[in-house]
Design a protein around this ligand. Structure first.
Ligand SMILES: Nc1ncnc2c1ncn2[C@@H]1O[C@H](COP(=O)(O)OP(=O)(O)OP(=O)(O)O)[C@@H](O)[C@H]1O
Ligand SMILES: [Mg+2]
Length: 260
């Protein structure tokens, strides 16, 4: 059984003017435990919509989303979410307090929660920075705290919505490398959203390409048979890049044509 199944999922938004917009329709995909699944698609196609539904923040209008065979009913610790940007950290809490916040809410004792928070701060390469407040940290560091904060709950799944989009190219490459090793070490299943082909081929074990909206669906899924460190200059990497590029090219063109 797949860890996650989207079965003919539809999401219709009603605008403030009362007009319906069908963002995704008959959206179906299965994600296996341990996968690093990248979901790629043009801007506005419905990627965040898909992630929010799996997170349990938005109910689907039709169809079913199952995790371990059970319908997703609201948010759960099983699914840790990391959003784009760093606005979600609490500015009045230090790095380690941000990471242990969820554990504190659940009543985990002080010593245990501090010990666990420190373990995950170390995993994301931030030991030594634990007493700093968000305002004293760089964008990349804040993004790592978000990841540590999601991982400390030991979720079955990590849902990431363009987590590195706001970072400069060097920090981004560094963070991608770190995420890849965290994934290797923790073996958490990941749903990673991006519109960057390079990022998807660098990180993904499978890449799902979405069609341009409205009524977006999965156009195709590409399995990336690359292990370990991936180099952007390898022939195989470039072959995957091209394959994904060809799949997404028309969708980006459609999406641009619809908004101009
Ligand atoms: N709360 C909402 N109310 C109405 N329409 C919405 C709402 N949220 C999203 N939409 C619409 O649904 C479509 C999909 O939005 P979504 O944010 O999922 O796209 P996306 O693929 O994540 O885009 P991006 O790459 O720009 O982040 C868009 O056309 C958007 O305008
Ligand atoms: Mg989005």
């Amino acid at each position: 059984m797949a860890l996650v199944s989207f079965r003919d999922v539809q999401k219709t938004y009603r605008s403030l003017q009362g007009i319906d917009y069908v963002a995704v329709e008959r959206f179906s995909v299965e994600i296996e435990a341990g996968e690093f699944f990248c979901l790629l698609g043009p801007s506005g196609c419905g990627k965040t919509t898909v992630l929010k539904m799996l997170a349990g923040f938005e109910p689907p209008t039709a169809g079913r989303i199952l995790m371990e065979g059970r319908p997703v009913m609201g948010a759960s610790r099983d699914r840790g979410v990391v959003f784009q940007g760093d606005d979600s950290l609490y500015g009045w809490l230090s790095a380690v307090e941000n990471v242990e916040f969820g554990l504190r809410m659940r009543g985990v004792g002080k010593t245990e929660r501090r010990e666990r928070a420190m373990r995950y701060l170390e995993l994301v390469g931030l030991d030594g920075q634990q007493q700093k407040y968000p305002a004293e940290l760089s964008g990349g560091m804040k993004q790592r705290i978000q990841i540590a904060r999601a991982l400390v709950n030991e979720p079955k799944m990590l849902l990431m919505d363009e987590p590195f989009a706001a970072l400069d190219a060097q920090t981004r490459a560094l963070m991608q490398g770190e995420l890849a090793s965290i994934w290797q070490a923790a073996r958490t299943t990941v749903l990673f959203i991006t519109h960057d082909i390079d990022e998807a081929v660098t990180l993904g074990s499978r890449i799902g390409v979405m069609r341009a909206g409205p009524r977006s669906q999965v156009k195709g899924v590409i399995e990336v048979a690359l292990n370990g460190a991936r180099s952007r200059t390898d022939d195989v990497f470039l072959r995957y890049y091209k394959q994904v590029y060809e799949m997404i090219r028309d969708e980006v063109a459609k999406s641009v044509a619809r908004t101009t």
